[in-house]
Design a protein around this ligand. Sequence first.
Ligand SMILES: [Zn+2]
Ligand SMILES: [Zn+2]
Length: 287
Amino acid sequence: MTTAMGDLPLARRYLPKSLGDKIALAFTVIMLLIVALFELFIILPDIFPNYGTLYNVYVCIGLFLYLNCMGNLIMMTRIDVTSGTTVLPAILKTGWRYCHVCMQNSPPRSFHCFNCDSCILKRDHHCVFAGKCVGYYNHRFYLVTLLYLFLGSLFANFLNFDHAWALLGGANWKSLITMIVPFVAWIFGFTERYTFMLSFLCGTCIVACALIGVMCYYYTSLMLHGQTTHENGTRCKDYDLGWKQNLKDALGERWYLVWLCPFISSHLPGNGLEFKKGRTMEDIKDM
Ligand SMILES: [Zn+2]
Ligand SMILES: [Zn+2]
């Protein structure tokens, strides 16, 4: 039986089905933990050897970023993104399609995911790193996870900069190789094991920050235009109701609060089965 958290349905199964998704999810969780511990026990004590007030402030900022990142990721995997126990109509309505795998009528904007083995409401894409599809009910958690991954990696890069620079010995070609390809630098003996590990983690934070920054921009832009990834690919703008209504449709009525904590409830205006099309005059005035 599926239960509900607030007005969000919970999934029967939290962990991904496929082995590839399980490995990717484990990688995400372990890397987040390693980077958090690395900053907490190696970088911060090095920056603040006396553990003063600023150290405590930085620990609090780091904890806030880490907990929000993990909390939203967990919520993303816990929420049911299928039609759940809702009885779907037996007659094919306009805009609906028949899914030959689920053998049922599927609502507009939903698509079948072969990894999740189900039709997903307002399917955006299958997120390998969470081992789950991004759909109507967990869109909010996906976007906020991305936001905190970006802010977290930005914060880590800010903390790492001086430390990594000093340890690598400034700007020279050996330190550049060590930072960009630490494995190669380690194999060729340019660097010690400790420096290799430090370079690997610092390099990971830099690459993660750049990639997640691009993803943040892309998916936020799609959300503000009321599009899923598939609709963006087919240039479909049928569901663009103006940025403010699009925000509410994706993040819920309390869209301005959801970034604070994953447990703040934010009622979604629809049911994931029917969607308004086009812009009303009121929506255009709000833009
Ligand atoms: Zn299906
Ligand atoms: Zn999926």
